[in-house]
Design a protein around this ligand. Structure first.
Ligand SMILES: *Cc1c(COP(=O)(O)O)cnc(C)c1O
Length: 395
């Protein structure tokens, strides 16, 4: 039986999966059972920031395996402390909370934002304003925050006081935010929602509302963080000043790791027992995370992200000039998208690219999305563009 047949028989049917049989990864490539080599511009959905089998991550994991896998959050955990120190040094945030995933980081940030105002006696500050087509995760509060009603369909009552306004609709945001607002919550780049960047007007509006209304700003860096936009955190590119930041995906080097970064004012309102997690900040995941942050912040690393981004944008723009059904090149750093005319379903392009041994994915609104590892080389980007051109010709 093929992998896809065995998957159908054994795994809950929650994903539409591709019929591929991957058994090994190396750098920017995946290999299937037949030994065929695929260029991996999905990177485990932005998780494999340093590609497959990164030597530094491997060494850090093996080293930690020789100490312990887990001790719980009842005791200080040395790999957590080391990673938190490094994150504080790099990001200038004051305190760190570790968990296991993006949705869990967002749940934590939402709880901390509401608890912050509650402890200060501002009990009415509960409203959280997020954006249409945003994606913040699949657990209930993160799903309430997510601006995609279809994902909530049939799941019953959602946590309340979440409001969604249009992406880059500064007037709608101004109308919604007031002295009762707990937080504005947004991705620094809306990736799943269609690879949409923030306008300068929106950034200025968020910054002024934060000051005028005293609400918190939560930036979800789950996909855009860990160097993917060419800065360590995506919001640095746009000039936001968040009070809380969430990370996951790329930070764990392929292991499950979520992070909430917070300002001291928020940490000061938290007490032991307010929130928790058994596995959060797992020592092996944190050891891998430190190896990731050390490499992403090393000299020249982010310059490669910017250079490859410029190369891919230029190549995609050239393809757009050749293929009339490609409408717009979008994105920043190594979250890149191409909006495709509705008459060509993006899934057809993804399948054609796979036939050319290039793995890519989609985003909402018939958008082709590319998330190469941040370590991708110039030659690999040229190869990806050549493979994509063949795929576009074939469909
Ligand atoms: C993937 C993603 C999440 C959810 O992360 P999980 O680890 O799947 O829970 C949240 N926010 C953004 C921006 C994401 O891309």
């Amino acid at each position: 039986m093929s992998f896809i047949e065995q998957d159908k028989e054994n795994i809950a049917p929650l994903y539409g999966k591709a019929d591929v049989e991957f058994v090994k990864g190396e750098g920017s490539y995946l290999f299937d059972v037949k030994g065929d080599k695929y260029l991996d511009f999905v990177a485990g959905i932005a998780v494999n920031a340093l590609g497959h089998q990164n030597a530094g991550i491997k060494a850090a994991i093996v080293e930690q395996l020789n100490h312990f896998n887990h001790i719980s959050n009842l005791y200080p955990n040395y790999p957590q402390i080391e990673l938190a120190k490094k994150l504080r040094e790099v990001t200038k945030f004051d305190k760190v909370f570790f968990c296991n995933s993006g949705t869990e980081a967002n749940e934590g940030a939402i709880k901390m934002a509401r608890k912050f105002f509650n402890r200060k006696g501002e009990v009415n500050r509960q409203k959280i304003v997020t954006f249409v087509n945003s994606f913040h995760g699949r657990t209930y509060a993160a799903l309430s925050a997510t601006g995609q009603p279809a994902l909530r369909e049939g799941f019953g009552n959602m946590p309340g006081d979440f409001v969604h306004v249009g992406w880059n609709d500064a007037a709608a945001l101004k109308a919604e935010v007031n002295k009762d607002t707990c937080a504005i919550m947004l991705e620094s780049l809306a990736a799943e929602g269609g690879v949409m960047t923030l306008s300068a007007e929106m950034v200025a509006t968020i910054n002024s509302l934060q000051k005028e209304c005293g609400c918190l700003v939560i930036v979800d860096e789950v996909q855009a963080g860990t160097g993917r936009l060419g800065t360590f955190l995506g919001f640095e590119k746009y000039g936001l000043n968040p009070d809380l930041v969430t990370m996951a995906k790329g930070i764990g080097g392929g292991l499950p790791l979520g992070v909430v970064l917070m300002r001291e004012a928020i940490a000061a309102q938290l007490k032991a027992g307010d929130h928790g997690t058994t596995f959060g900040g797992n020592p092996i995941a944190c050891a891998a995370g430190l190896a990731v942050v050390n490499q992403v912040t090393a000299d020249g690393f982010l310059a490669n992200v910017e250079a490859r981004s410029a190369q891919l944008k230029a190549g995609l723009s050239a393809l757009m000039a050749k293929f009339s059904f490609l409408k717009e090149v979008r994105g920043e750093g190594l979250i890149l998208g191409v909006a495709v005319d509705e008459k060509v379903p993006v899934n057809n392009i993804i399948a054609a690219a796979r036939a050319e041994k290039l793995m890519v994915l989609s985003a909402k609104g018939n958008v082709l999305r590319m998330l190469p590892p941040l370590t991708v080389s110039a030659a690999e980007c040229d190869d990806a563009l050549a493979k994509l051109e063949k795929a576009l010709t074939a469909i």
